[in-house]
Design a binder for this molecule. Structure first.
Ligand SMILES: C[S@@+](CC[C@H](N)C(=O)[O-])C[C@H]1O[C@@H](n2cnc3c(N)ncnc32)[C@H](O)[C@@H]1O
Length: 567
């Protein structure tokens, strides 16, 4: 298997910025007869129902047993937009990546691209108004880099045109209006950012004053703040089948689901509707463990590999609530997100020290950590480096890589667990930076380094995420694929070296890919065969098993051909 076979999130992101179709494709003319808007709401199946409780508002509950890996429900979001940097690289209608033959561009605004005229026609009902608005916006833009409005503005534009088109009494509008708003309890910063966004949306729609929003069913200032707050609280990231963020969408049925830091379900876009691409992008809610009747279905709104304080801050800022899930109210002691390995290596771990409580001991053998000051320093420097490297990752890749390369050993020598924060986040970033900077002429050292980085991410993620969590399943798939790459210069077997070489490496690749295949089938749905990535991994398993069989046969042949071999 060659390195070019490896498709990872990072590469997909990179591929987007190097796609060659732009400019080489013919522009699309709009056909006059356009179909009416398709029915937009995914109806909930009889296996679940909406119930309301005082503390969390509406939520979705299982009415019958739902099995792990089962698709609880799926629906095409009524409103979705690509982020600006993805517009040229994905179809704005079905969100498929550009084929090798290229995408075709809207001749009028020249901003949106489609697979073909069918996709363009399917999008026209919403793009028609958007097309005018985008041209008007570009004409008034002070510079080229702001000639296309940011995705929240475009998404809200589509919500408002959709309301008018579907009717203010339609199910479409009523479902959007029923989504949770936090208007009455917004912190001042949120009110300020909502006000800015509202002004931009009004300008984008070609209106001169908020009063002109009345035909869109927004009758006063409270209505505008409600709309912005609903968008902030309920919009979700539109992702690729490999979880690469592509844009933003609003799906009132998915938005009914409440949050837990220990979710029993996930929202993914597995891209499994091969026969009906017009139904893509489909958001699917998938059970990642068995769910009993009457149990509430929870997804996670945030990265649950983060420690409690970070999760609580993110949930409070964006979603306006304090999470009381089991992980938040009764965290494990110690939490692997915030722990060091035992100083005596007994196999136990110690909670991170803090400024207020610098003394920490191994929970198993009670050995005390001696130099807690240096641990606190390492954690502080690690957090700063993570922020800096994250912000530099696209603008200055070598600098970002230098930061992760220097900081990870400091945290490891402070004995931070691979699942702890910020080490796990740095390891994941480091892996993606290495991949982005991969030399065209693959060396054994570079490949082995990347495999070690990928393995560190898998170890960390496996300690904090349950089997079948999409982030964990995708990390396993990446590791398996890297292990399956042909070695440029295999080294002689040397006991405990990682990664191994030769057949041992291939065997490890096979085992890892099989684990990935099984976990992907949970996270991206069994009936979807684990989605696009699952399909790719299944094909790889077959190829690696074939290669392993060929190795075995080769060895048998050598043995049989050896002169003097005992019969
Ligand atoms: C996407 S909506 C979920 C559906 C919402 N409960 C409703 O009634 O429409 C997100 C909002 O639901 C509430 N919520 C979600 N999960 C919660 C939780 N675990 N605890 C308390 N409130 C929660 C918060 O108000 C949050 O801003």
């Amino acid at each position: 298997m060659s390195f070019s076979d490896i498709r990872t999130q990072r590469q997909i992101k990179e591929a987007r910025s190097h796609a060659s179709h732009v400019g080489s494709s013919p522009d699309l003319m709009i056909e006059e007869s356009t179909p009416a808007l398709a029915p937009l709401f995914g109806t909930l199946p009889p296996s679940v129902e909406v119930r309301t409780n005082q503390e969390t508002g509406r939520g979705v509950y299982a009415k019958e047993r739902l099995t792990k890996g089962g698709v609880i429900f799926g629906s095409k979001p009524p409103v979705y937009v690509l982020s600006t940097k993805n517009l040229e690289h994905f179809c704005s209608s079905c969100i498929a990546p550009a084929p090798t033959s290229g995408l075709k561009r809207c001749t009028l605004c020249k901003n949106l691209w489609y697979c073909n005229a069918t996709c363009q026609n399917n999008d026209w009902a919403l793009h028609k108004k958007e097309c005018d608005a985008m041209r008007r916006w570009a004409a008034g833009a002070p510079s080229l880099d702001v000639a296309i409005p940011a995705e929240p503005i475009r998404c809200l534009g589509r919500v408002l045109w959709g309301r008018r088109k579907q009717g203010l009494d339609s199910v479409w509008t009523r479902e959007i209006d029923a989504m949770q708003s936090h208007r009455t309890s917004l912190p001042p910063e949120a009110t300020e950012s909502h006000t800015h966004l509202a002004h931009a949306v009004i300008r984008y729609l070609g209106l001169t004053a908020p009063e002109e929003l009345v035909p869109f069913g927004i009758n006063n200032a409270a209505g505008i703040v409600d709309l912005m707050s609903r968008f902030a609280t309920n919009s979700i990231t539109l992702t690729s089948a490999a979880l690469a963020p592509l844009g933003v969408c609003v799906s009132p049925s998915v938005a009914l689901i409440n949050h837990s830091c220990e979710p029993n379900a996930v929202v993914v876009f597995p891209r499994s509707i091969k026969d009906h691409p017009t139904q893509e992008p489909e958001a699917q809610v998938i059970a990642i463990r068995d769910i009993a009747p009457d149990e509430e279905i929870f997804t996670s709104y945030i990265d649950t590999t983060l420690p409690r304080a970070h999760r609580q801050a993110a949930l409070s800022t964006t979603y306006n609530f304090a999470c009381k899930c089991t992980l938040c109210s009764k965290p494990p002691k110690p939490d692997p997100r915030e722990a060091l390995a035992c100083p005596k290596n007994c196999g136990g771990s110690c909670p991170f020290p803090s400024e207020e409580g610098p003394l920490t001991r191994c929970v198993k053998c009670k050995s005390a950590v001696a130099s807690t000051d240096s641990v606190l320093d390492a954690l502080r420097i690690g957090q700063e480096a993570l922020q800096k490297a994250t912000s530099l990752q696209f603008a200055d890749l070598p600098k970002a890589q230098q930061l992760t390369t220097n900081i990870i050993p400091i945290l490891t020598s402070a004995k931070a667990l691979s699942s702890s924060h910020p080490l796990l986040a740095l390891a994941r970033l480091h892996q993606s930076l290495l991949l982005a900077a991969f030399p065209p002429n693959l060396t054994q050292d570079a490949l082995d380094g990347l495999i070690r980085a990928s393995s560190a991410s898998v170890t960390g993620l496996s300690a904090v995420l349950p089997p079948g969590h999409p982030a964990r399943a995708l990390a396993l798939a990446e590791l398996g694929k890297l292990l399956a790459v042909d070695e440029p210069a295999p080294h002689a077997a040397a006991g405990s070296t990682f990664p191994p070489s030769g057949p041992a490496r291939l065997r490890l690749a096979c085992d890892t890919l099989i684990r990935a295949r099984d976990e992907l089938a949970i996270s991206f749905g069994e009936r979807n065969g684990g989605g696009e990535v699952g399909r790719e991994v299944r094909e790889m398993v077959v190829r690696v098993e074939r290669e392993l069989a060929a190795w075995g046969q080769g060895i048998r042949n050598v043995i049989e051909d050896t002169p003097g071999r005992a019969r």
